[in-house]
Ligand binder design. Structure first.
Ligand code: SAH
Length: 210
């Protein structure tokens, strides 16, 4: 099947799996995922599973990306902080839904990979920063939305302190062998089923210290 046909099939699969947000589906249709995978996996760009990138990390499954972004209730005026740039794909999707994306990546090689991929896709409203996302990114705070794309061992109070009062944070809270998708909005915490993510690295201790 051609990549165009595969993309069409993926969109239909996401709809069948319960993704309803038209803007998210449109963004997935618009962003060429083949620019964000390693050359070896280009043929699998629109498969609904994660793919290996560099340093043992992965580009998330398209369904997981769509599901998290649906929970994030993104508005066009939003400034978003992402922890875990990886390939830059999730940031690329968000770049079409929001005003500005700050995305932090702890592995230098991957920060470069994400930057290059975004450049290839002509995306200009995403800033990739090579640092430890456990500290957040004070300089551009407060954020309307925060998303963590790695298994988070604790409620990230440090990041929540950089969120606007009416803001929303979505992250996979680590429960050992799996993670539970977690959303905090207006001091209310909600859980949305089980997912699998690579672990968050860095100074985990600083995560729950405001
Ligand atoms: N959102 C990515 C997939 C993320 S995989 C995409 O669309 O492709 C998780 C990423 O989080 C990995 O690249 C990993 O290196 C990064 N990461 C792990 N701990 C981190 C930390 N403390 N700060 C920033 N990035 C981190």
């Amino acid at each position: 099947m051609s990549l165009i046909k595969e993309k069409e099939a993926l969109i239909n699969e996401l709809i069948a799996m319960g993704i309803k947000d038209e803007k998210i589906l449109k963004a997935i249709e618009t962003i060429p995922r083949e620019l964000f995978v390693l050359p070896h996996y280009i043929g699998e760009s629109y498969k609904n599973y994660p793919l290996p990138i560099l340093n043992g990390q992965t580009i998330s499954q398209p369904y997981t990306v769509a599901f998290m972004l649906q929970l994030l209730e993104i508005k066009k005026s939003n400034k978003i902080l992402e922890i875990g740039s990886g390939s830059g794909y999730n940031a690329a999707i968000m770049s079409l839904l929001a005003k500005k994306i700050i995305s932090i990546e702890i592995i230098k090689e991957l920060a470069e990979f994400a930057k290059n991929n975004l450049k290839k896709a002509s995306i200009t409203n995403v800033e990739i920063i090579n640092s430890d996302g456990c500290y957040g990114y004070e300089k551009e705070s407060p954020y309307d939305r925060i998303i963590i794309t790695a298994a988070t061992p604790k409620i990230p109070l440090k990041l929540i302190s950089q969120l606007k009062e009416e803001g929303i944070i979505v992250f996979p809270l680590d429960k050992g062998f799996y993670q539970v998708m977690t959303k905090i909005k207006n001091n209310k915490i909600e859980y949305f089923g089980y997912f699998s993510f690579v672990p968050l690295k860095g100074n985990i201790k600083s995560l729950n210290i405001k």
